[in-house]
Design a protein. Structure first.
Lengths: 403, 359, 308
């Protein structure tokens, strides 16, 4: 016991003194956390997106009947900064004075084609008149169309377009209402429900991400930390200094595990603190089930680390292997976001990835529902991985260099 | 260069090539990693293309047929009927549909899966369109005003995968150039290999040229491998403008070597340079429009992306592979700018290489 | 320790790696309180032999009797009473010197106080320095400190002074002599002849995995007879020259350009040698006159020098 703890303490000192380890295992998850929340946390929300939109009103009608002008006014409104100085949704580009409208349109189309502008909206000539005619006619006619030029394949152009659709739908309702064809007060009542969260409300990304990042941190510590330390110590012949004393391999393994657990605890604490106090996370891990999953994760990745270490002979090869494994496993796992439908081979990978199950299980026990696998499976798969890793590592791992 | 120098130079190039090939870590980062990125990112985050499956229930209830009609008339969705509320909810939770519309005769429920962060905001826009259309149809009205969508540019870009691959290509050029300096050369410096090489008649510039030549070859082959594999495996459809492509590869690799030089000069310990390069490239990957469009980033991150070289390289690569249109002036400005960065920093790099190591 | 006062007895130890017989039937015995040295060039099998005794490797055959017990492989109880300095080994670069010693001290039931060990190896000033900042000599001293911390009865020192400057080397010799004075038993390997001569009670010369000669240093040297060795360098010597030179003394061996001429009648041989060189107009450079030593023993037994 004394040997194990004394070694664990020494190993902990070594881990915390290496600046690189400190950065990748402790700081980097926090940095990634902040970055991902900043990028995805407010996706699509007001004040966070911005589009350049060109607008050309060829409709001659003015005053009350000027629909083109009405649409323009709405867009102008959207181009104003928000109440608290938030960035407006659009910047509107319009022809100067009464210059050459065709030239303006050509320029704007070019801008859309090149991606510098998201959309070009053109209200055609005689637009208001045609709408008035359509309203007064008794038969149903096709809607009068406004031209919208967008950039093919551009996600942002597409999003700007969907916003514009809302604007036009609103205008449309207004027109129909004023023409007596639509009663706004009879509009259908809409309830919005978010399934899979404890209170039916929208799950906040920061709450969704926090458990994912905790697992990522544990995983990194296991995947990179274990082979790194172990292979290096063996290569540099540090290990053999231990083996000529009463300190044995089992002492080493026990001590190493203690150190790993402490590192995991450190990562966890840091992420929770940053999440709670800097990013406003609300999830709580204070339950025995959550503790179970955290401990299970820590142990699974420790075993996995030994497994990876047993696959290569040198430290450099071990690190290359760890790098190769890291990306597919973390990105095909639902740690950072929920995965959409995947093609066949990738789905198989997903279905054996212990990270997915642990993420699933952990999220479920802290109150973020929406898991796709039963809870017992979320425990079983990691345990199987642990057993497999230990079996292989136990057979293959050598504790001293060759001759 | 005299014949002797020429032979020595070739020898150095060969040695550099061999060293790169044997350096498994470097090999991984410049060739395997970009391809892995494509597979992982392209198939995972590139979701949302094509029509969205929208589940609905309540077709049998009064005005349910109206709802069905409104759904059918909405563009970009595939209406998918369900027998009852319970099965619809299960479908939404199991992500078999994008979102659900539940009509209960007097209220319309919009059901979303709480954790679909990247997609829900787009789904909500679609839902608003459906509700508007339904509202109109219930009152027997039809839209008076509508939009006529006219796509401009290359229709091939409509596949988000086609948008993504050039970004990944640009990223692999970034890493090829960046790690050549802040990785390879810095580790040579740390291991004193540089000092040994410099005691030979070969000048520092000659050594750097050898490194650059090898890295260019690497960047080119890596890009071609990625291009071919993307075409074969994922039906990526580029229209390659060879001259522009080659120019971009050359300029980008040299320019990114320049970036690597900057890092090497700023970071004191050579071993740390590779780590800094790693972090820089990961940050750039997220913030340069390679993984997520720049317009969708919050303002301060968008501002950062305007200062990142990868943003421009990715745009240039999209143009060189015929995915997106760009003015010729802008493209060549990107190429020239990158080339200039590389050329200007070359002498700085040469000085770094001979600078004595301070313990 | 058995009735004969032996702490360690090795019998017919063998270890092969494929075709290579690293240890080929090695036998020796070490009495308590003595210094036993394995002497030989690199690749002779000294380190492998030691690694087997330290418990790092398992022998193919042979027996080891240590502390009165017969073992196939050295076990934990034995390791409690042993201290080991490995030839090739490092410590964690990011640990401090005192932390390393404290760590190893914790492995044993009754270690010496860390401070005392640090003082003994003159590392007190460096106790808070990280291992990665130490010089070669300091790292070696740390290794010995770690070997000593358990206050072992049996100490293995594998090449303790390799790579050290002469002053540091003499310091280590002082430590070894001091330890012997305290009744420790020490097994040493080295390829430095002087070290073997100065420190050892018993020397075993190894080559190609086997012991080719064994005895007290003086006795071994004396095997060459009570003769003097005249050593000089001779460029471009022809076979006839060497034959003539051999006739001047009692025996001749060469190594490259260096000639070792043995003689029982020093003055006469010296005169004739100088005449010879004057007649032949040949220069004899680096002329040294000395008593035979272990290097000469080794050379005469194997035709190789220790330092190859």
């Amino acid at each position: 016991m004394r040997l194990v703890l004394s070694f664990a303490l020494a190993q902990l000192r070594v881990t915390l003194r290496e600046r690189e380890t400190l950065f990748w295992f402790v700081l980097f998850p926090v940095v990634l956390f902040v970055l991902l929340v900043a990028i995805f946390g407010s996706l699509g929300r007001e004040g966070t997106i911005h589009f350049e939109v060109g607008f050309l009103n060829r409709d001659q009608a003015a005053g009350e009947a000027g629909l083109g002008r009405r649409i323009e006014a709405i867009l102008e409104d959207l181009a104003q900064p928000g109440a608290d100085g938030k960035e407006p949704l659009l910047s509107l580009h319009r022809p100067a004075g009464t210059g050459d409208l065709d030239a303006f349109q050509a320029r704007e189309e070019q801008a859309v084609r090149y991606g510098t502008h998201a959309l070009l909206v053109v209200v055609p000539e005689g637009f208001s008149a045609r709408v008035r005619d359509a309203l007064s006619s008794r038969s149903t006619t096709d809607a009068v169309r406004i031209q919208v030029f967008r950039r093919a394949g551009s996600a942002s152009s597409g999003f700007a377009l969907s916003i514009l659709r809302q604007v036009i739908a609103g205008v449309d309702q207004g027109v129909l209402a004023s023409g007596g064809r639509f009663r706004a007060e009879d509009a259908v009542v809409v309830d919005t429900v978010f399934l899979g969260s404890a209170r039916g409300a929208e799950v906040r990304y920061v709450d969704f991400l926090l458990p994912g990042l905790v697992l990522m941190a544990f995983f990194t510590a296991g995947l990179f930390g274990v082979p790194g330390a172990l292979l290096f110590a063996r290569e540099q012949r540090i290990l053999r200094r231990y083996w000529v004393t009463p300190f044995s391999v089992s002492h080493f393994l026990a001590g190493f595990s203690v150190t790993h657990a402490v590192v995991c605890a450190l990562q966890f604490t840091l992420l929770i603190v940053v999440g709670r106090f800097a990013l406003g996370a609300e999830v709580s891990f204070a339950s025995p089930e959550a503790a179970l999953f955290l401990v299970l994760s820590c142990a699974t990745f420790l075993a996995f680390g030994f497994f990876v270490a047993s696959l290569t002979k040198t430290g450099a090869a071990g690190m290359a292997l760890a790098n190769a494994i890291n990306l597919p496993m973390t990105f095909l796992s639902g740690l950072y976001y929920q995965l959409g439908p995947l093609p066949g081979p990738l789905r198989i990978l997903l279905s054996v990835n212990p990270l997915s199950y642990l993420a699933d299980g952990l999220r479920r026990v802290i109150g973020l529902e929406g898991a796709t696998s039963p809870l017992w499976l979320c425990v079983l798969v990691p345990i199987l991985w642990m057993a497999f890793s230990l079996l292989v590592a136990g057979r293959r791992l050598s504790w001293d260099v060759g001759r | 260069m005299s014949a002797l120098r020429g032979r020595a130079f070739l020898g150095l190039v060969r040695a550099e090539a061999r060293a790169f090939w044997r350096d498994r870590v470097s090999l991984f980062f410049t060739i395997v990693l970009p391809f892995l990125f494509i597979v992982v990112f392209g198939l995972v985050m590139g979701g949302g293309e094509g029509a969205v499956a929208v589940g609905y229930a309540g077709g049998a209830v009064a005005e349910g047929a109206t709802l069905e009609r409104a759904l059918r008339e909405t563009e970009g969705i595939v209406p998918t009927p369900f027998g009852d509320a319970a099965s619809l909810k299960r479908a939404v939770e199991g992500k078999r549909v994008g979102f659900g519309v539940l009509w209960e005769g007097d209220r319309l429920g919009l059901l979303y899966e709480a954790s679909r962060f990247q997609e829900n905001f787009a789904f909500q826009e679609l839902a608003r369109g459906i509700v508007a259309r339904f509202d109109l149809a219930r009152q027997g009205a039809s839209p008076a005003v509508a939009l006529d969508e006219i796509p401009l540019g290359n229709p091939a870009a409509a596949r988000s995968f086609n948008e993504m691959v050039p970004g990944i290509l640009a990223f692999s050029l970034l890493t090829a150039g960046l790690f050549a300096v802040s990785g390879h050369l810095t580790s040579m410096k740390a291991r004193r290999t540089l000092d040994r090489l410099l005691t030979t008649p070969m000048s520092p510039l000659g050594l750097l040229l050898a490194v650059a030549v090898v890295r260019l070859a690497v960047a080119l082959s890596a890009s071609l491998v990625v291009l071919v594999l993307s075409q074969v495996l994922f039906r990526f459809e580029p229209t390659l403008d060879l001259a522009k492509f080659l120019a971009l590869v050359l300029a980008a690799t040299l320019g990114m070597m320049g970036l690597g030089t900057g890092i090497a000069l700023l970071v004191r310990r050579p071993q740390s340079a590779a780590n800094v390069a790693n972090i820089v490239s990961i940050l750039m990957m997220f913030l340069s429009g390679v993984t997520i469009p720049v317009e969708l980033l919050p303002p301060f991150l968008r501002a950062i992306s305007r200062g990142l070289p990868l943003t421009y390289l990715a745009q240039g690569m999209r143009h060189a592979t015929g995915i997106e249109e760009m003015s010729a002036g802008r493209f060549w400005a990107i190429v020239l700018g990158s080339l200039l960065v590389g050329l200007v920093t070359f002498p700085l790099l040469a000085r770094y290489v001979v600078r004595p190591e301070r313990r | 320790m058995d009735e004969n006062g032996l702490l360690l007895r090795v019998t017919d130890l063998r270890k092969s790696y494929g075709d290579v017989r690293a240890v080929d039937g090695v036998s020796f015995a070490v009495p308590r309180g003595t210094v036993f040295t394995l002497l030989g060039p690199n690749g002779a099998g000294k380190t492998t032999t030691l690694e087997i005794l330290e418990g790092l490797r398992e022998p193919d055959s042979g027996t080891i009797e240590v502390f009165g017990r017969s073992l196939r492989r050295v076990d934990r109880a034995t390791k409690e009473r042993m201290g080991v300095l490995l030839q090739e080994g490092s410590f964690e670069p990011y640990l401090k010197v005192k932390e390393v010693v404290a760590l190893f001290a914790s492995f044993f039931a009754r270690p010496l106080p860390v401070k005392e060990v640090l003082e003994r190896m003159e590392l007190t000033e460096k106790q808070n320095a990280l291992v990665r900042t130490l010089s070669g000599g300091q790292k070696q001293r740390l290794g010995i400190a770690v070997a000593l911390v358990s206050d072992p009865e049996l100490l293995f020192l594998d090449e303790p002074t390799t790579g050290l400057d002469p002053q540091a080397r003499r310091n280590i010799w002082d430590v070894v002599r001091d330890l012997e004075g305290r009744g420790k038993t020490i097994i040493l390997t080295t390829h430095y002849m002087e070290e073997a001569e100065v420190l050892s009670d018993d020397v075993a010369i190894m080559n190609h995995g086997g012991i080719i000669a064994q005895g007290a240093p003086r006795d071994l040297a004396a095997r060459l007879g009570r003769e003097t060795v005249i050593e000089f360098a001779l460029a471009g010597a022809r076979p006839e020259d060497l034959r003539e030179l051999e006739a001047l003394g009692t025996g001749l061996s060469t190594h490259g350009e260096v000639v070792f001429l043995k003689t029982a009648a020093f003055t006469a041989t010296m005169e004739r040698l100088l005449d010879w060189s004057k007649e032949r107009r040949v220069a004899l450079s680096g002329l040294v006159v000395r008593q035979p030593n272990l290097e000469d023993v080794f050379l005469s037994l194997t035709g190789r020098r220790l330092r190859e």
